[in-house]
Design a protein around this ligand. Structure first.
Ligand code: MN
Length: 341
């Protein structure tokens, strides 16, 4: 039996809310990742098992390597079925908000979300917006999937966890913890993973489905980015990879193709901070990763309209790619000096 780490009084409130079968909607952030999709689909399947009517509502679709997760085909996608999505949220008695904590993270679903009377948050990002009625927020958790597993256990439902639920939760923990290597990976992360293995999760299959699903174009884009677009900065303490619209077009970019690219920069010996800039239709997307005590979420919050975790954060810029690069390069020396190695 898994020891629940979710707060008892919050669990009691949730338990009361779900006492009789009701209509549930579950949503997650725009550009959903493994943790977002895994937690949403797993929770949906669990709540379905105990008699609730559940809809998963996504702001936009998941990348191809996540669509194998059980229940994905039934999820509603706001980018293709806006009315059905907004209706599912408007008619829900309870709206679960997973793996994000600010209403603007769901893009086109923001109004529907704000209007939902009962919102339950399960999330591991810093600083939730004050719009949720029941709040599970733990910035030390490796992933939302880990927290969802604790909530399931806390509600006394662990015997209902099947292999499908276990694989989805395992997928989210694996992806958000960088395959159990980020500093957010604690003893409890492994205990939850062990529990999921006992319930039928298959780490080999989950890893293969998610990590070994490259197209040749994607693999070549990665090679190109590392060979032609990676700069070493700040006497070897920082790396920067920038990709322009033309770079992406050359390798027939599809969403998800640059996922994880930023992490390569951090593998260079001596590097403490790795940056990845990519030119998108709606501006420049910025991803930062760091090692040790270098809170990149601070840098992003101060200069690039974003946030995240201490060692992994993201933001955006309305400037050109060159301007954004220049701005970042200008901020790096001061930021590194503020947090000496
Ligand atoms: Mn997450």
């Amino acid at each position: 039996m898994l020891h629940p780490s979710a707060p008892p009084e919050t669990l009691a409130a949730l338990s009361e809310l779900l006492r009789i079968p009701c209509r549930v909607a579950i949503t997650t952030h725009h550009n959903p990742d493994g943790d977002a999709i895994g937690s949403s689909l797993a929770l949906a399947r669990m709540l379905g098992k105990v008699g609730h009517t559940v809809h998963v509502v996504l702001p936009n679709p998941a990348p191809g390597n996540l669509r194998w997760m059980p229940g994905y085909a039934e999820a509603l996608d706001h980018s293709t079925a806006p009315t059905a999505c907004e209706e599912a949220i408007a008619t829900a008695d309870v709206l679960f908000c997973l793996d994000f904590n600010r209403a603007d993270r769901v893009y086109g679903l923001e109004t529907a979300l704000r209007n939902a009377p009962v919102k339950v948050l399960i999330d591991h990002h810093r600083g939730p917006e004050g719009i949720f009625q029941i709040i599970f927020s733990d910035i030390s958790a490796s992933s939302t999937c880990q927290m969802v597993c604790d909530v399931i256990t806390g509600l006394g439902l662990e015997e209902l966890v099947d292999a499908e639920v276990a694989n989805s939760l395992y997928a989210g923990i694996m992806t958000d913890s960088g395959s159990f290597r980020f500093s957010s990976t604690g003893p409890h992360t492994h205990r939850v993973a062990a529990f999921l293995l006992e319930r039928g999760a298959r780490p080999d299959r989950v890893h293969e489905a998610i990590m070994e699903d490259n197209t040749l174009d994607r693999l070549r884009l990665t090679g190109y980015a590392l060979h032609e677009r990676l700069q070493l900065l700040e006497n070897g303490a920082a790396t920067l990879i920038s990709l322009s619209k033309e770079d992406l077009e050359r390798f027939r970019f599809v969403p998800g193709d640059t996922e994880g690219l930023v992490n390569y920069g951090l593998t260079v010996r001596g590097v403490r901070i790795a940056a990845f800039l990519v030119e998108r239709k709606d501006g420049i997307k910025i991803s930062l990763r760091s090692k040790g005590n270098l809170p990149v979420n601070e840098l992003v919050a101060a200069h690039f309209e974003g946030g995240g975790h201490a060692n992994a954060a993201g933001g955006r810029s309305a400037d050109t790619l060159q301007e954004t690069e220049a701005k970042l390069i200008k901020e790096l020396p001061g930021f590194l000096a503020k947090y000496p190695a």
